[in-house]
Design a protein around this ligand. Structure first.
Ligand code: PLP
Length: 461
């Protein structure tokens, strides 16, 4: 059959919204598509965005509760961002990072080194979060091969952790593994059980839960052997797993154990970095740890263009390079250090600094978190947790079947009222653009309350 491409250039041929959705269903495969019904899904056709709001193709306005995909920090529709991107495209759209350097990537590397804690002064740019995680894990493998420790390469990760969608990043992801028909690298990974304080046994204190979770790491090291373990990878807050905030003291105690056992600590700050918790990076500023590597993406460009970074300590770099044996670090991408993406990141940082966005987040956080906690007054809300401008409600129902529908039902009730949230089974998650005002926080939680009331009434009726 001949394929006839419709002309998209004449106004008369501008496809209708329905046609666009049809083409989309027929020809585009979306991430996390439901393969039983991959042509039947009903995605929202998003058309325009400004500040914290997006509009669909019919002109209906929504608050962007998830901030894109935890990535929009400075808000949408920034003209100066468009100009910075356009200027860099015209000046130099691309050059090979394998042989050349550019001003935007050099300045950005210096800035990230200044922002990152301790001696994390070395930046490897990637195309997003998964490739930043891949780079961190491959760096550990390369290092231990170079050090003559080829057996010290197991990775300790955690249930409910999410680290991305490349083979290695997927392998260390502890979410929905049971349902995955993709392969993952089981030889290399050991998972620690859920750290969520909400899941602790009845009657157990949070401090005892913390001890138990630290013991899980110690037990894994004792079982596997420190000489077999290369890295521990951990999100400071397990975001996609349901905004799980580990108990106080957990981060520092697990870091100390890693140091004592020569295990590289990788802090995956793809979500928690770039202002989400009111700081450039949360590892040291919020949780008091200086890891060996930090991975970053998403908020690095506020989602305007794709970019990731793996930031590595001087200590690791010295070990990597100090063996006296020649070796090439064969890790990298055509679009590593992309000058246009780096220019977007620099503009993003400039806007953060000029508008004091980190201070703004710290100022509005107590109100955001207070409104979040107030949702516990609904019987269907089992837990309301979060930190900074990230929150989650975990809902409960009389039976598991009904419980599993709650995220989607809350999402639908919110969407009707002009708020997008991210449903995750029985949870709804939100991480709005960081520029959200106190009034807009109220607007968002007022809608959530109305939606929760509607779903509670339905459940009762
Ligand atoms: N790490 C964390 C903590 C994430 O939340 C994500 C994505 O949600 C990733 C890594 C993967 O990032 P990307 O989707 O940009 O590859």
């Amino acid at each position: 059959m001949t394929k006839v491409s419709p002309s998209l250039h004449s106004r008369a041929n501008t496809p209708s919204n329905e046609t666009l959705l049809e083409w989309d269903r027929e020809h585009q495969i979306h991430p996390w598509a439901d393969m039983d019904d991959w042509r039947g899904y009903d995605n929202l056709m998003v058309d325009t965005a400004k500040g914290i709001y997006v509009w669909d193709a019919e002109g209906k306005r929504y608050i962007d509760g998830p901030g894109g995909m935890w990535c929009n920090q400075i808000g949408y529709g920034r003209h100066e961002m468009a100009e910075a991107i356009a200027n860099q495209v015209i000046k130099l759209s691309y050059t090979s990072p394998f042989t050349n350097s550019t001003k935007p990537s050099a300045v950005l590397a210096k800035k990230l080194a200044d922002m990152a804690p301790g001696d994390l002064n070395n930046v490897f740019f990637t195309t997003g979060g998964s490739t930043a995680v891949d780079t961190a894990l491959r760096t550990m493998q390369y290092l231990n091969n170079r050090r003559g420790m080829p057996d010290k390469k197991m990775i300790i990760a955690r249930e409910k952790g999410y680290h991305g969608s490349t083979y290695l990043a997927h392998s260390v992801t502890g979410k929905e593994r049971d349902k995955s028909h993709f392969d993952f690298e089981t030889r290399l990974v050991h998972f620690l059980p859920d750290v969520n304080p909400y899941r602790r046994p009845k009657g157990m204190s949070v401090a005892d839960w913390c001890d138990a979770k630290v013991d899980d790491l110690e037990a894994a090291i004792a079982k596997l052997g420190a000489d077999k373990i290369g890295a521990f990878i951990a999100e400071p807050i397990l975001s996609s797993g349901g905004v799980i905030v580990p108990p106080e003291g957990y981060h520092k105690r697990t870091l100390d154990i890693c140091r004592a056992n020569d295990i590289i600590y990788i802090s995956d700050e793809v979500v928690t970095g770039f202002g989400r918790l009111g700081h450039w990076f949360a590892s040291e500023s919020v949780f008091g740890i200086v890891p060996d590597m930090i991975t970053s993406a998403k908020g690095l460009t506020s989602g305007y263009l794709p970019l990731g970074a793996c930031i590595i300590s001087d200590r690791i770099m010295e070990q990597l390079s100090g063996t006296g044996e020649a070796s090439t670090f064969t890790n990298g991408y055509t679009y590593s250090s992309h000058p246009v993406c780096c220019a977007a990141a620099l503009k993003n940082i400039e806007i953060f600094e000029r508008e004091n966005i980190l201070e703004h987040v710290r100022k509005v956080t107590p109100h955001f978190q207070a409104r979040l906690k107030a949702l516990l007054r609904f019987d269907i809300v089992g837990d309301a947790r979060g930190m900074g401008l990230i929150g989650c409600i975990e809902c409960k129902a009389e039976n598991l079947e009904a419980e599993r529908t709650l995220g989607a039902r809350i999402d639908a009730a919110c969407e009707k009222r002009g708020l997008m949230v991210r449903p995750l089974i029985n949870m709804a998650v939100f991480s709005p653009p960081l520029i959200i005002t106190l009034e807009q926080i109220d607007e968002m939680f007022d809608i959530l309350e109305a939606a929760l009331q509607e779903v509670s009434d339905e459940m009762a009726g």
